[in-house]
Design a binder for this molecule. Structure first.
Ligand code: NCD
Length: 335
């Protein structure tokens, strides 16, 4: 794997490989010493042009647990605010010897531009581009659903038969887009629930069904109910009458939480608007996987960085990362 840019074009076998290596990584994160020497000598640059807390910290933790050197570059306070272009920034990183660039950018397509421009030779990971995609978020969500479904027996399995319902601001959500593609690739059945104003026009081409009534969607007993953040910062018009009205019709309140099946989980990528799309009862309930998603995010990002930076060398020799059933990370330590 050279880059991780989207889930729309991510093959099923590559997705499963990332999830399986993430299982190995998660195992190592239960040890007392969490750090592995796997990416010693490699440099990972976190290039963040948009605000982020958990995604940036998660990539930083992932790279550090694999012993890579990490450079955090955020657009505020850098030359970007003086008008430096993506090209100049990228070429500077190249000159500094970046092996992987994790990029978050407000423009959809910026990671692909970076990966295909020829400006850098580093592997590129999309950490969220505009309203386009956020592939590692979808992978950590799939990992979380799979883990809840199959527990320690998750490796090699897809999500055939899982019913996943994604609720809220689909229009502005790269999380929703990445999830729709990946969940479909993994065999899950996807339903979107949103006010008509927050459903994108091109949704007819997506492998998902759209409904407008949350109670109806909950009555269908999904295995996972994924609540999306209302992205007020991306809204330049009134997409719903009032926040109160939104939360009454599309928010996950205590009553709707009770109506969910006993085994269904409640997901949210964070940051949450408590009281708007999700009530405190739902966010803090035992069926909420919000913090599990955060923890799994580190394992999934470790897997992605490993496959980008160490995986390539291994491809030609042995496929130890996924097919031996062994601990790829363990073998790395002996090199
Ligand atoms: C998401 C994002 O930035 O796209 N958050 C995240 O990565 N944790 C979703 C959001 O901001 O609502």
């Amino acid at each position: 794997m050279r880059h991780l840019l989207d889930t729309q074009t991510l093959a099923r076998e590559d997705a499963l490989r990332i999830l399986d290596v993430a299982e190995d990584m998660a195992d190592t994160q239960r040890r007392e010493v969490k750090k592995l020497p796997t990416l010693r000598g490699k440099t990972v640059v976190n290039l963040f042009f948009e605000d982020s807390t958990r995604t940036r910290i998660s990539f930083e933790a992932a790279a550090k647990r694999l012993s890579a050197d990490v450079i955090n570059f955020s657009a505020t306070g850098s030359s970007v605010s003086k008008g430096e272009s993506l090209q100049d920034t990228a070429q500077t990183l190249q000159a500094m010897g970046a092996d992987a660039v994790v990029i978050r950018h407000g423009a959809s397509g910026a990671p692909r531009t970076l990966a295909t421009s020829g400006w850098i030779s580093a592997g590129v990971v999309n950490a969220g581009d505009g309203t386009h995609e956020h592939p590692t978020q979808a992978l950590l969500d799939a990992f979380t659903i799979r883990k809840r479904r199959f527990g320690d027996d998750s490796r090699g399995r897809d999500l055939t038969g899982a019913k996943v319902t994604i609720v809220g601001d689909v229009l502005h959500s790269r999380v929703a887009r990445s999830n729709v593609w990946l969940l479909h690739t993994l065999g899950a059945d996807v339903t979107l629930v949103a006010p008509p104003t927050l459903v994108p026009q091109d949704v007819t081409n997506w492998p998902a069904r759209v409904v407008y009534d949350l109670d109806e969607a909950i009555a269908a007993q999904p295995d996972a109910l994924m609540m999306l953040r209302i992205q007020l910062e991306r809204m330049n018009a009134a997409y719903f009458p009032t926040e109160r009205e939104y939360s009454r019709r599309w928010g996950l309140d205590a009553n709707r939480l009770r109506a969910l099946g006993a085994d269904s989980i409640v997901m949210h990528p964070g940051p949450m608007n408590r009281g708007l799309e999700i009530s405190a009862e739902a966010a803090d309930s035992p069926r909420s996987t919000v913090l599990e998603q955060v923890a799994n995010g580190v394992s999934v990002r470790m897997a992605a960085l490993y496959l980008l930076l160490a995986g390539a060398e291994r491809d030609s020799t042995t496929d130890a990362a996924t097919t031996t059933g062994g601990d790829a990370t363990e073998k790395e330590t002996t090199r």
